[in-house]
Design a protein around this ligand. Structure first.
Ligand SMILES: Nc1nc2c(c(=O)[nH]1)N[C@H]1C(S)=C(S)[C@@H](COP(=O)(O)OP(=O)(O)OC[C@H]3O[C@@H](n4cnc5c(N)ncnc54)[C@H](O)[C@@H]3O)O[C@H]1N2
Ligand code: MOO
Length: 646
């Protein structure tokens, strides 16, 4: 099978410009009459002139009486002017036409009723006082709105008031998405994926994005990797009313990546490869019938970049509207971001305020990591001429979440524990919800974040064999100059996580040296790894003797998943992770998992909410409910030397 070789990669802006030059948007996106009441969001194809004035008559702007101004000029406090009903004044309500012969309105509050048909005024009225004049707002025949205007909700009011029942607008930009791949399963069938299969989700995510920009978007069921079937699906979509046809996946160099071939059969490929990461293998072209053809990469994060950076500007240009912009915020990076020279890299960020600083932690950059899309509150771009961004650098971030949500985000960095997930959910249920953004970098990573002032709170469970104490010896060593309050979250049970039924009969640390036992380790700096090293040393086992010692995972659950799938026979982790996946467990140690909080943040409302939650008996019951936890110290402030006893 011949494989695709990319055209050369071009910068994103160049890719967009190339397509603008090749597409005939006048021919592609037509005009149509739209009833005004349905026209919000549509773009006017021509100018709109008012048919009616507003008001169409001189109208009273207040409730009161209509008068002739000149007859009131002499009125003074203590020397009123008296007027008689009929020729002198006429009662009016707001919005009523001004009765013939009168030219001003006096508010009812300023009218003294002296008899059935006599009023007294103690102040003069000026001509046209409290009168809305004919055409004050809109004058018939005048330009109400120019061509090219995107009709807002407000505009609908003005259009109808001016007697415009229909407008001529450009067609809405319509997009059809064709998911492809033998391995993708139609979610409509509620499938259960087997190895090698994935649930099709890109089409729904991307169509929803497109609708948010104002497009009409629809998907078809996934099409298998078969050239004829793909071509037929592409032709069918091109024959529909869609202006943009997107083929999902199959954009790169695999033996079944047919997207480019299909695009060449139904049109011309103008761009294959953009200097962006993710999103590199994106394709753009023009169909024989003039429609925009897009090949979106299969990986979700890549597909999003393809949509946001290529489809969005092109669709906006086709539909003659401005794509919605994101607010910007300067943020400080907690970690270094390496990047490839010559490629614009898109990095998603978890953002939160720590004291007066906005800090941003770069999330994992795998193009297949759907949760980086859901966890990110912002995104930054590493320009193509840079080889990366340094830790501590201030960069411009594009916000993906509202500012108010960012301000309610509690940044917690450090070791992972299932209780943090419990906490994240409970905190969102508060009357004033707190959003937890936790980054799992191990206990030492958490202490480092505190050192750099990059977190409101760190989770740590560092055991010091010399003193038998937790965390304090490490705080004294690494952040001696900071006042940190240590609050216990829970005592938890750590042990060997084993396959169900323990088929390899693993009974303790000594078995880790066995040739037939494959271990899965935690990353350097993780408290659990430090605990393992301590137990290995005590048992007289060298790391080299443990098969898999150098294979690392970042969370307890990831270790458990390795055991569940048979990728490893055993790993060290908390009981809750073993229990969650129905695995066996041999307990090795009880340890204290603490929240380390710089004392100056104790009054921060987010920290206050966290502590209140941790101290509530209901929450503590939920911690115990996970299995493998004790809560007799939970919520209490820890002191050096307390160990597990409190
Ligand atoms: N030899 C090379 N291989 C790859 C290169 C390269 O330069 N040389 N580029 C990589 C990059 S970068 C990307 S991005 C991907 C793009 O892959 P494709 O567009 O060909 O997509 P697939 O391989 O078919 O699928 C990738 C991945 O995404 C899943 N997928 C596909 N469609 C959907 C959907 N509708 N919903 C959810 N998930 C979907 C699919 O199952 C795969 O897991 O290529 C690299 N390879
Ligand atoms: O460029 Mo691909 O789009 O990273 O994953």
């Amino acid at each position: 099978m011949e494989r695709n070789i990319y055209l050369h990669t071009v910068p994103l802006t160049q890719a967009v410009e190339t397509l603008k030059a090749a597409l005939d948007r006048e021919a592609l996106v037509g005009r149509e009459d739209v009833d005004t009441q349905d026209a919000a969001g549509r773009v006017l194809a021509g100018p709109v002139f008012a048919r009616y004035s507003s008001p169409t008559f001189h109208s009273a702007a207040m409730d009161g009486i209509a008068v002739r101004a000149k007859e009131t000029f002499a009125a003074r406090e203590g020397s009123p002017v008296r007027l008689r009903l009929g020729q002198g004044y006429a009662p009016v309500n707001t919005g009523h036409p001004l009765p013939a012969g009168f030219d001003a309105v006096v508010m009812i509050e300023n009218v003294v009723q002296e008899g059935e048909d006599t009023v007294a005024l103690e102040a003069p009225a000026f001509p046209m006082q409290h009168v809305r004049r004919i055409g004050e707002d809109i004058v018939a025949t005048e330009l109400l709105m120019p061509q090219g205007r995107r009709i807002s909700a407000y505009d609908l009011g003005a259009l109808l008031s001016a007697g415009i029942w229909q407008v001529e607008a450009f067609e809405p930009v319509r997009l059809a998405f064709i998911p492809t791949g033998d391995e993708v399963l139609d979610f409509m069938q509620r499938p259960e994926p087997k190895a090698g299969q994935v649930v099709e989700s890109n089409s729904v995510m991307l169509c929803a994005l497109a609708r948010f920009w104002g497009l009409e978007a629809r998907r078809v069921p996934p099409v298998p990797d078969n050239l004829e079937a793909l071509e037929a699906a592409a032709r069918q979509a091109l024959d529909s009313d869609a202006h943009i046809v997107v083929i999902g996946a199959g954009s790169s160099a695999g033996s079944k990546d047919y997207t480019r071939t299909v695009m060449e059969r139904v049109g011309r490929v103008l761009v294959h490869g953009v200097a962006a990461m993710p999103g590199k293998p994106s394709l753009l072209g023009v169909a024989q019938n003039g429609k925009l053809l897009v090949g979106a990469p299969g990986y979700p994060v890549s597909a999003v970049i393809c949509f946001e950076e290529l489809v969005r500007p092109l669709a906006a240009w086709l539909g003659r509207f401005d794509a919605p912009e994101r607010a910007g915020l300067d943020v400080e990076l907690t970690r270094k971001v390496p990047s490839k020279l010559g490629t614009e890299e898109f990095v998603r960020l978890a953002v939160g305020r720590v004291g007066q600083r906005w800090v941003a932690t770069p999330l994992a950059r795998g193009a297949g990591m759907i949760t980086t899309l859901t966890r990110a509150q912002a995104m930054t771009r590493v320009p193509e001429q840079l080889e990366g961004l340094e830790a501590g650098a201030t960069v411009r971030a594009e916000l993906l979440s509202p500012m108010a949500e960012l301000d309610r985000t509690l940044v917690i960095v450090g070791s992972h524990d299932n209780t943090l997930d419990l906490l994240a959910n409970e905190l969102m249920g508060l009357a004033e919800p707190v959003r937890m953004s936790s980054t799992h970098v191990g206990s030492m990573g958490g202490i480092n974040a505190l050192k750099g002032g990059l977190a409101l709170c760190a989770g740590a469970h560092l055991f010091d064999p010399e003193t038998g104490d937790f965390n304090f010896p490490f705080l004294a060593k690494y952040v001696p100059d900071q006042d940190i309050t240590t609050v216990n979250l829970a005592i938890r049970h750590q042990g060997l996580i084993l396959a169900k039924g323990n088929p390899k009969c693993i009974k303790g640390v000594a078995d880790l040296a066995r040739e037939d036992v494959r271990f899965i380790n935690r990353q350097r700096g993780a408290g659990t790894r430090i605990l393992l090293d301590h137990h290995l040393k005590t048992a007289g086992i060298k790391p080299e003797q443990v098969r898999g010692y150098d294979k690392e995972e970042f969370t307890h659950m990831a270790v458990a998943v390795n055991v569940l799938t048979g990728a490893a026979d055993c790993g060290l982790g908390i009981y809750a992770a073993a229990k969650a996946l129905g695995l066996d467990f041999v307990e090795l140690a009880r340890e204290r998992y603490d929240l380390l909080i710089p004392t100056r943040f104790l009054d921060d409302p987010r920290i206050a909410a966290l502590l209140a939650m941790v101290r509530s008996p209901e929450f503590q019951a939920k911690i115990r409910g996970q299995g493998g936890y004790e809560t007799n110290l939970t919520g209490q402030i820890m002191r050096p030397g307390m160990g597990l006893e409190g």
